[in-house]
Design a protein around this ligand. Sequence first.
Ligand code: HEM
Length: 158
Amino acid sequence: MDDLAIARALHVLAIVHWIGGVAMVTWVILPAVARLAEPGRRLDLFEAVEGRFGRQARWSVTIAGATGLYLTHRLDAWDRFLDPAYWWMHAMLALWAVFTVILFVAEPLFLHDWFRREARVAPERIMRRVQRAHHVLLTLALVTIAGAVLGAHGALLW
Ligand code: HEM
């Protein structure tokens, strides 16, 4: 087994953990929180459950980024970023950058405090926003995964 195959396997495993977790939060945990808790308690419950995944996701996002860059280097695929036909390469990089900023910058620096302040004023509105943001990111992630698998196996070349 060569280093390229190992990097590809690690890349996909990291994506499974990371985006699988986002799907679990979006489709299972958020609806359960909305059903089970009083509006004023929803953010607390959500953060208690989701906080553990957020810490784990920092690892999977880091592994996905490192292996993705390694694959790009090993395949000598940097020029793909100049070709719109490889939109799925741009999508992977953009999605990774968005999650990196959320998990490593926004959440520790201000997102958490902002949620708390908003939840005191309008708890239902903030949970609706959290839900919408998760749906948007999950949809983009699924399109990216489909594009990357099709693209990596030659199905998107025209
Ligand atoms: C820094 C960010 C990333 C870089 C530089 C990157 C780069 C790459 C490269 C070079 C490949 C191999 C393409 C080929 O074999 O022709 C690949 C495969 C793949 N990537 Fe990424 N990636 C990144 C992030 C992501 C993200 C965020 C996702 C999904 C949410 C993703 C999903 C995939 C998938 C599903 C494959 C296809 C695996 C296969 O079927 O062989 N990647 N990536």
